[in-house]
Design a protein around this ligand. Structure first.
Ligand SMILES: [Zn+2]
Length: 698
């Protein structure tokens, strides 16, 4: 009886539909080409390749069962923000997005292996020492709900009931926020989803326990999240991804209960995050932190870990999908499009041993794409989910027709009234500013067709139907719409008005600034920051297109500088994404070669071994070597072009005080500077550390 119960209850569930537009929930839709489809295919391949025995190793050991396979290492083996539940979600969603039976078979096999390891009390973790029990339970709930929803595995709901029994008894309910801790405040969303799938009130009641009311109320009442709360508390910075992710809980609380303030929470959160936290790419959270916008420029300049890309994209997708559905407004699709192309599409492939592109680097001193040192981080959990979810973001079903949110090569099968419609979208967007929609219908049918009026449109959209001009009306909620009686084979050709724009930070109208073409953020490949070679007041006038290479340009003032989409950059290829006058003439420390790998503070290289060196090349007659004084610093010899030109002493009685050393009188042209740590040091210093924060031409 218990086996059948969840399925039985599901038929009794009555949650009134509060959504105005319905996502297709992966049914009848496929992404058929382009950069996002390539990402999906690569990710399916990568995740199918992970051995099941390796993924199940710790669960089996903990349960005392035979455990063949190898330790995956990293966060997986250490049970840190464990991703097993998200891998189930990802496989179930990739199955729904592609129809690939291997994804479902693997998800089912993993589930079966894991389920055998459940304790009699419902204990379900990888080890006896999960570092973040709430977080891991949340991802497991999501995985089991997704396995039931997208993989048709109803036994997952039986296991869900068991692990929830353990969680109800054992999870700490003190609900205090602390950066990097257990993230109890993200639990509501998946538990409300569990309630909607099963109809079992225990999930609804448990979801309520984890609602993040103090944070959500700040948004709902139109306040800054950094302002003092009614309870007297105040938070100066928040963990970024989880504070967008948890808004899914407010969205689901609204869908389940209908209280208006939940909807206000997510609507106002969108507006707040857009106007305070978002970079041009749609990314947010430098050093994984939401901070007051006045601090954003400094944080951008001070870090290389600018956006937690995979997790952040996933959180934005969910928030904006809910917002489009619940409000009927297409403006929320703009953020989806930005993180689709500049976030998830701009990632490099995961390595077979679970090293993934965790952070995007937007530092104005230049960046390059690398996978994170830590294996099996949180972002290996969200990667397959986010990439699969693009499939569910392209189209929405309206009561009176079909809404097109994303310009991606795709097909969608929908019902409008009694008609079945297959829409095929053919496009090379964003490489070409156009898309073509073709309709297949059994018989002519009248309905409304809408396309998202993107915020980056630089003029009216022009459209042809079967080769003849047609018009779309602006609807007031960011859709362009047309209603008519459609016939089989109708073809709509749309020209999307794309152009270059400068994109400064929120609340700023200049420096630092990124450059966009439509929703696509461009990055510059150059020796040093090209900021002084770009006229940002006439941004479109700077670029000459490269023949035969769509979206590739050269700077008119310096044809050596290549300008192309951030998503095109490969692993290790250097670029400049934000242009910043403070970066002019700067050579970042990361461009210094070192004898062996020096320690990286995020702001400078540092090391304390006499004889260790680092060096860089520069052009010009005078330079400033940038660094900091420390109470444990030593001395270093400075050579330029092989000749000793001075000794620097970085000892200071306090720590991390900026300290520059200048040298001038060189002939123009290219020079090499080498800094070598000396055995000698100030008597007052506790050690011999030398740091190098970069060079500035003067
Ligand atoms: Zn992550």
């Amino acid at each position: 009886m218990t086996f059948l119960l969840p399925v039985l209850i599901a038929t009794l569930t009555v949650t009134p539909e509060r959504r105005i537009l319905l996502p297709l929930d992966y049914h009848g839709v496929r992404i058929t080409g382009g950069v996002l489809r390539r990402q999906l295919d690569q990710t399916v391949e990568d995740y199918l390749r992970i051995p099941n025995d390796d993924l199940l190793l710790g669960f089996r050991k903990r349960a005392g069962l035979p455990a063949p396979g190898h330790d995956l290492g990293g966060w997986y083996s250490d049970d840190v923000f464990h991703v097993f539940g998200q891998i189930l979600s990802g496989l179930a969603r990739m199955h729904a997005a592609t129809g690939d039976p291997a994804c479902k078979a693997k998800a089912d096999a993993l589930f079966e292996g894991w389920e055998k390891c459940l304790g009699t009390d419902g204990y379900f973790y990888y080890s006896m020492r999960p570092n973040a029990p709430h977080y891991i339970y949340d991802k497991m709930v999501g995985g089991l709900v997704d396995l039931a929803t997208y993989g048709g595995n109803k036994e997952a709901l039986v296991a869900l009931a068991k692990i929830t029994r353990w969680a109800e008894k054992n999870l700490d309910r003190s609900n205090r926020y602390a950066f990097g801790q257990t993230e109890w405040y993200t639990l509501s969303e998946n538990l409300y989803r569990a309630y909607m799938v099963t109809g079992d009130l225990r999930y609804k009641n448990f979801a309520k326990v984890w609602e993040y009311t103090p944070y959500w109320k700040q948004y709902a009442t139109g306040k800054s999240i950094f302002a003092k709360r009614p309870d007297g508390g105040q938070t100066g910075s928040y963990h970024a991804y989880s504070h967008v992710n948890n808004l899914g809980g407010a969205a689901l609380a609204y869908r389940v209960g209908g209280e208006r303030w939940y909807l206000d929470t997510i609507k106002n959160a969108y507006d707040f995050l857009q106007s305070n936290e978002c970079f041009a790419t749609g990314g947010f959270g430098p050093d994984e932190s939401l901070v007051p916008k006045e601090q954003l420029a400094d944080r951008l300049r001070g870090t290389s870990t600018t956006f937690e890309t995979q997790c952040g994209t996933w959180a934005v997708f969910k928030l904006c999908k809910n917002l489009i559905a619940l409000t009927g407004d297409a403006k929320y699709g703009d953020w989806i499009e930005k993180v689709a192309f500049n976030g998830i599409a701009a990632t490099i492939p995961m390595s077979p041993d679970g090293h993934v592109f965790y952070y995007s680097d937007y530092n104005p001193l230049g960046g390059s794409k690398i996978n994170v040192d830590t294996g099996w981080s949180c972002c290996t959990g969200t990667r397959p989910m986010a990439i699969a979810d693009v499939c569910d973001l392209a189209y929405f079903q309206a009561p009176d027709g079909i809404d097109v949110n994303l310009f991606v090569p795709s097909t969608a099968r929908l019902s409008v009234g009694s008609s079945h419609v297959t829409m095929t979208q053919e496009t090379r967007f964003p490489e070409e500013p156009s898309t073509t929609l073709t309709l297949e219908l059994g018989q002519p049918a009248e309905f409304t067709l809408r396309i998202r009026e993107a915020e980056w449109f630089m003029g009216p959209v022009t459209a042809l139907i079967n080769g003849k001009p047609m018009t779309f009306q602006r609807s007031g909620n960011h859709w362009l719409s047309t209603r008519r009686r459609w016939s089989n084979g109708d073809k709509i050709e749309l020209k999307l008005p794309m152009g270059f724009r400068a994109a400064p930070l929120p609340g700023s109208n200049s420096n630092p600034t990124a450059v966009e073409f439509g929703p696509i953020v461009m990055a510059f490949r150059a020796e040093d920051s090209p900021v002084n070679r770009v006229d940002l007041s006439h941004v479109g006038s700077n670029f000459a297109s490269v023949a035969g290479e769509p979206l590739n340009y050269r700077l008119s003032q310096d044809p050596n500088v290549l300008v192309r989409p951030f998503y095109e950059y490969k692993s290790g290829e250097p670029y400049y994404l934000y242009l910043d006058t403070e970066a002019e003439g700067r050579i970042p420390y990361r461009r210094f070669q070192t004898d062996v790998r020096w320690n990286n503070s995020g702001k400078f290289w540092f090391r304390n071994v006499p004889g260790a060196w680092c060096e860089a090349t520069f052009e010009g007659s005078a330079i400033k070597l940038l660094g900091y004084l420390f109470d444990d610093a030593g001395r270093a010899e400075v050579k330029i072009d092989g000749k000793v030109v001075g000794v620097i002493d970085q000892y200071g009685p306090i720590r991390e005080v900026p300290h520059d050393w200048s040298f001038s009188g060189l002939l123009g042209g290219k020079h090499t500077i080498r800094i070598t740590i000396l055995p000698d040091k100030s008597e007052k210093s506790k050690d011999r550390y030398i740091n190098v924060a970069g060079l500035k031409r003067i």
